[in-house]
Write a protein of this length. Structure first.
Length: 203
């Protein structure tokens, strides 16, 4: 399970801006890939991963199943979120158990940092949320993955946002700020990850 750095700009949108942005991005970057994502998070009963600034997510993405572990590194100069990230695809047949809150850490190809933080404790389900994503690819020297998201959290909260994953956050921050302003799309920095907002809905 290889480690890499994830760098994302996160911009919150209102529902009208979210709807208007989809065809504009399609005109600019081409047809998106549509992803229906169902996310489930796990930790120990005493929240060992949370205390270590780690999280463990299982995501059913269309017909596939992805394990993701993240370590929080903070916010960069352009408001970008920085994480260490480990990902691996799993057998989709596991999803039914995962959706019911059953997950054995011994079955998972976890990175050593996560195993150490768990310390052999059992995993327990934190629940999760659904996300509908339009994924656009920007090629070239300062490539980026633009994700237009609608997220349905427990309790009826619905958020809309544009995530821009890129190794060139300063360049893409400037480019897409200018582009959204030209298109008349209002937005604001989203300082909280989806996971943190999900925890807020749980109190």
């Amino acid at each position: 399970m290889a480690e890499h750095l994830e760098v994302e700009l996160k911009w919150a949108l209102d529902v009208a801006s979210h709807g208007a942005l989809a065809p504009l991005l399609t005109q600019s970057l081409g047809q998106p890939r549509t992803l229906v994502q169902h996310n489930r998070f796990f930790d120990t009963a005493d929240r060992r991963l949370r205390q270590a600034k780690l999280n463990l997510r299982l995501r059913r993405e269309n017909a596939a199943l992805l394990l993701t572990c993240k370590g929080h590194l903070g916010i960069g100069a352009n408001g970008e979120h920085r994480h260490t990230e480990w990902e691996e695809w799993l057998d989709p047949a596991w999803w039914n158990d995962i959706d019911q809150g059953v997950l054995d850490a011994a079955r998972l190809p976890l990175p050593e940092q996560v195993r150490q933080a768990l310390g052999g404790a059992e995993l327990t389900s934190l629940g999760g949320f659904a996300n509908h994503r339009l994924e656009f690819h920007q090629d070239g020297e300062h490539s980026a993955l633009l994700c237009l998201d609608r997220t349905d959290f427990p309790g009826g909260r619905i958020d809309h946002e544009l995530e821009i994953e890129t190794a060139s956050p300063q360049v893409n921050d400037q480019r897409w700020r200018q582009q959204l302003q030209q298109w008349g799309i209002p937005f604001r920095l989203q300082p909280l990850t989806k996971f943190v907002r999900f925890l807020q809905t749980r109190g």
